[in-house]
Design a protein around this ligand. Structure first.
Ligand code: 2GW
Length: 293
């Protein structure tokens, strides 16, 4: 026992240098003092050690409804290679066609749970109802099985490591199309009648709908609140411009995330900005005619 503690204390990490910050080309801290995660700002070995000591278990939720089941194979195969390697992971696959879920070999400590869910006719509802479904399962199942939830789009692939550096109470991701823009140009919902309304002189960042997460408790609060907002809009016959993404942006305006992921974690492969040293999770182009109904 004594020996292992000694060994632990001897694990060597390079010293963080106050006068020599690793990144000076991008914002790494928000005005409410939470980190923005960019390559170079963290030491993954150090973080892995900390999270291992807590023996954390991570749940990944992903929806594959109708034709989107075709994206599952690549999504899961690349996740096995790059997502939370060395940690305990539950994949929660929410689908209307459990038989179409591919059989992917999983590493040790990793499981797949297929949850059959109803298919909605309108694609806007497929996207928006994800929030309701996550909130329901968070309360009745996920809370008993995992510590954190990571909620992702399926038309994506991992192409570099995504590890415990992303975990925090509640986190969002900078949308790749907007991280260099002024807030007036964000595609927030601008109609006052919608619950997702944000004024032109408000808003911190434009967050992507396809990558968010946090502790199960916090993700429950978020999904439950934004499902309620979506339902209020429905009752008032209004639908926010970017559906669930608009409501997510409103939620994060009032409940600031406790960590923010850079566009390394949601990249659309448009251009090659110097600040993007890694492309960890990238959008797989969908042939709209074939995939969307
Ligand atoms: C969605 C739109 C139109 C036709 C089909 C679908 C669809 C989506 C579907 O038939 N089946 C399905 O499983 N989905 C799930 O929703 C799937 O997990 C997919 O990755 C996710 C988002 O799909 P989609 O096509 O809306 O992607 P984007 O790139 O337009 O999504 C952004 O904007 C959305 C709101 O409109 C969401 O916020 C999304 O998270 C964003 O990335």
């Amino acid at each position: 026992m004594k020996k292992s503690r000694k060994q632990e204390a001897r694990m060597k990490f390079s010293q963080p240098e106050v006068m020599n910050p690793p990144r000076t080309d991008v914002l790494v801290m928000t005005p409410w003092f939470v980190p923005i995660v960019w390559d170079g700002t963290f030491n993954i070995n150090l973080l892995n050690q900390q999270f291992k000591l807590r023996d954390v278990k991570i749940g990944l939720t992903v929806f594959a409804i109708k034709k989107y089941v075709v994206f599952l194979q690549r999504f899961l195969e690349t996740a096995e290679k790059f997502f939370m390697v060395g940690h305990k992971v539950n994949y929660y696959i929410m689908t209307d066609q459990p038989k179409e879920v591919p059989n992917v070999t999983l590493g040790e400590g990793r499981s797949m749970i297929v949850l059959k869910i109803q298919r909605y006719a309108r694609w806007q509802d497929v996207s928006m109802r994800r929030m309701e479904i996550i909130s329901l399962f968070a309360k009745k199942q996920f809370i008993h099985e995992v510590d954190y939830l990571v909620c992702l789009d399926v038309h994506m692939k991992f192409s570099d490591c995504v590890g415990v550096e992303i975990l925090s109470n509640i986190f969002g991701t900078l949308h790749p199309g907007f991280f260099r823009m002024q807030r007036q140009n964000f595609t927030y919902e601008r109609r006052l009648e919608s619950q997702a309304y944000i004024a032109h002189d408000e808003g911190d960042f434009y967050y992507a709908g396809g990558f968010l997460g946090g502790t199960v408790e916090e993700v429950y609060k978020l999904t439950n609140q934004y499902h309620n907002a979506i339902m209020t809009d429905k009752a008032n016959s209004i639908e926010a411009l970017w559906h669930d993404e608009s409501h997510l942006n409103k939620y994060f305006l009032n409940h600031k995330p406790t960590k923010i992921l850079s566009p390394e974690y949601m990249w659309d492969c448009k251009g090659e900005p110097k600040v993007l040293r890694k492309r960890r999770f990238v959008i797989v182009p969908k042939n709209c005619d074939q995939i969307k109904n």
